[in-house]
Write a protein that binds this ligand. Structure first.
Ligand code: PAF
Length: 273
């Protein structure tokens, strides 16, 4: 496995057989590795990136303390047969202030974007830059970050990038908690409480299956359930799977998305309904 931090050097290795690409911010867990395994099914060679992208953190978020575990990340990627790891430093990917940015669509100001201003501008900008550097044939994004997946998919379509976007299922701990690098911030008691987010979303899914169509009330009820257990919910919303628009009564392909703070840790999750 080659670990490359320089863009010119990277380009000498990306030519040839098609690459499937898994962009990450490192601190890899089984969820990331499942995306790598999925990538292997889509192209003969797999590349990953490790880059903690300052542009997608709002002031006061955890950019500085975001877990950086580069050596063990590389060991895990090598064990999965990854051929290339692109791990630029900030000065390489952002050698000057990034004045040209990707302006994402209005959806970027809803759900996550409502609570993390310019998050999707930062994500879209770095993903486009990574795509330009790695030049993959396809790229894999996890459904855990459902809105990110939609926004990247739309960006690729609207900007005519010749890259297929592949969606990977969310991996969960046995108690239902979605795997996430930020789970490491949870104390033991918070870790025990954390699966409630998934349970609350599952409950909303069950209500939808029973025919509930008061989508807003369902979201509010879920937020009340979280708040009653000591969480600070940002949102729980039912949306259409295809475009994350607010659903009509007759829509059947839905997703329930939620984000809430447990102590100092903000968790997100979703469930297709
Ligand atoms: O999902 C992530 O880890 C990040 O948002 C990504 C896609 C690697 C961009 O920094």
């Amino acid at each position: 496995m080659r670990v490359i931090s320089d863009i010119a050097a990277l380009r000498t290795h990306t030519a040839g057989a098609p690459l499937a690409f898994v962009p990450t911010m490192g601190n890899l867990h089984e969820g990331h590795l499942s995306l790598v395994r999925l990538a292997r099914q889509h192209a003969p060679r797999v590349a990953a990136s490790i880059f903690v992208n300052r542009l997608q953190f709002v002031p006061g978020e955890d950019f500085e303390r975001y877990p950086r575990t580069f050596d063990s990340d590389c060991e895990k990627l090598a064990a999965e047969g990854v051929e290339l790891v692109f791990a630029p430093d900030e000065g390489t990917l952002y050698p000057e202030p990034q004045l040209y940015v990707v302006e994402p669509p209005p959806l970027a100001n809803e759900l996550e974007g409502k609570f993390r201003p310019r998050f999707f501008q930062g994500v879209s900008t770095v993903v486009l830059k990574l795509f330009n550097c790695v030049q993959p044939a396809c790229a894999v994004f996890g459904k855990k970050d459902y809105q990110q997946l939609m926004i990247v998919r739309d960006m690729v379509r609207q900007l005519n990038l010749p890259i297929a976007i592949v969606a990977g299922e969310t991996l969960r701990a046995p108690d239902g908690l979605a795997l996430s690098s930020r789970n490491g911030y949870l104390s033991a008691s918070e870790r025990a409480e954390a699966p409630r987010l998934q349970r609350v979303l599952q409950h909303a899914k069950a209500r939808l299956a029973e025919g509930e169509r008061a989508f807003d009330a369902l979201g509010r009820e879920a937020m009340r359930a979280l708040a009653a257990a000591g969480w600070e919910p940002d949102y729980v919303e039912v949306r259409r799977r295809a475009d994350l628009a607010a659903p009509e009564r007759g829509d059947t392909q839905l997703v329930v998305l939620g984000a809430a703070r447990l102590g100092g840790t903000r968790l997100i999750d979703n469930v297709e309904a």
